[in-house]
Design a protein around this ligand. Structure first.
Ligand code: SF4
Length: 359
């Protein structure tokens, strides 16, 4: 077991069986997270990048079974921020809070067509900050338009590489289409972010091993991993929640295989375990996404219940976050936090055949 961890730490390669072996044994968590922490230190340093998250619309045309924003959830109050409000939030985050990246996230809200989105991107790019979008599946032309308008990065979680599981939990959506979107994002020239849920009902360790290999194969620039947390107003309300330690291990293994990428300590980690984000930072993560959304809207952006919010809307909360980061011997980064590639992996070889994909 230790030789496998050493192999991952030094060579950054593991095959499916080796990943499965590490995932199957709960007793090796500490060794794996410690190795991931060393690799994080060596490749991306001790700085933590803060990305200001603006959740600008909770309207979504999709119906993912694990998500509180799903179309059929009538219990939720829907909101959509206008362009001026979004810009003011971004401006405040950059000029007053000193954040270097803005992340605009929403459900798949069709009101924000390409023209509106590009106008918003152009406006935000007048601020001296990097911009990440997380707004779902779009056409290749739209991704290209976002890039041309100035967008730097795009996040689209694959959620799971298991096609059967995807079909079950994402009704009406197509895994193949989602996969094509990731190709289109790459071709647009934006950095590519992806990620998965850990603990989806029916998920196996084999499929988690495939998820990690998938991130490696698409050479993702950012990977966000979060435990599944059941939402009471979804079909999965009675399902068991994901396991924190397993989520941490999947994240740590991702760091070992993709040493130079950006990995957030996700809010789902903090929601599931006290000090979850700090533990994630000590297990391979190097990014935190503090929430700069309007206070009155935050409670309605409920992807899962009890969502922990890393607040960054006041000097006091920012100071607290900085103190948390320095308490573990880390510092807040002062640059925009693009991936600094340490390898020459081919990023165009994207036609991946996943072993678990049966249809
Ligand atoms: S996971 Fe995303 S696409 Fe699916 S319902 Fe939630 S916001 Fe919509």
């Amino acid at each position: 077991m230790l030789s496998l961890i050493e192999k991952a730490e030094t060579g950054h390669e593991l095959n499916r069986e080796e990943l499965l072996c590490l995932l199957s044994d709960a007793s090796n968590l500490q060794e794996i997270t410690a190795a991931a922490d060393r690799v994080r230190h060596e490749y991306v340093g001790d700085e933590v990048h803060l990305r200001g998250l603006i959740e600008f619309s909770n309207i979504c045309k999709n119906n993912c079974c694990y998500c509180g924003l799903r179309r059929d959830n009538t219990e939720i109050h829907r909101y959509r921020l206008d362009e001026d409000t979004i810009f003011k939030l971004a401006e405040y985050a950059v000029t007053q809070m000193g954040l270097k990246t803005i992340v605009l996230q929403s459900g798949e809200d069709m009101w924000f067509n390409s023209q509106r989105m590009c106008a918003l991107i152009g406006r935000i790019k007048t601020l001296d900050a990097a911009l990440t979008l997380s707004v779902g599946e779009k056409s290749a032309e739209e991704y290209l338009a976002y890039k041309q308008a100035g967008c730097d990065r795009f996040l689209l979680r694959i959620e799971t590489t298991d096609k059967i599981l995807y079909k079950r939990h994402d009704p009406g959506m197509s895994w193949k289409r989602r996969r094509e979107c990731l190709n289109d994002i790459r071709r647009s020239g934006m950095e590519v972010g992806s990620g998965c849920l850990v603990g989806l009902p029916g998920q196996t360790l084999e499929s988690l091993a495939d998820d990690i290999l998938f991130f490696k194969q698409i050479n993702a620039d950012m990977v966000g991993i979060g435990p599944f947390i059941p939402h009471p107003d979804t079909p999965l309300r009675n399902a068991e929640k994901g396991n924190f330690d397993l989520s941490l291990k999947v994240m740590a293994l991702t760091r070992l295989l993709l040493p130079d990428i950006n990995i957030p300590a996700t809010t789902a980690m903090e929601t599931l375990a006290s000090n979850g984000q700090t533990k994630a930072l000590q297990s391979g993560a190097n990014v935190i996404m503090p929430n700069v959304t309007l206070n009155e809207c935050r409670k309605y952006y409920e992807l899962y219940p009890g969502k922990s919010v890393t607040n960054c809307s006041s000097d006091k909360s920012l100071a607290k976050l900085r103190a948390k980061i320095s308490s573990i011997g880390r510092s807040v980064a002062t640059d925009k936090g693009f991936r600094k590639r340490q390898n020459n992996l081919q990023i165009e070889t994207l036609s991946v055949i996943m072993p678990s994909n049966k249809n």
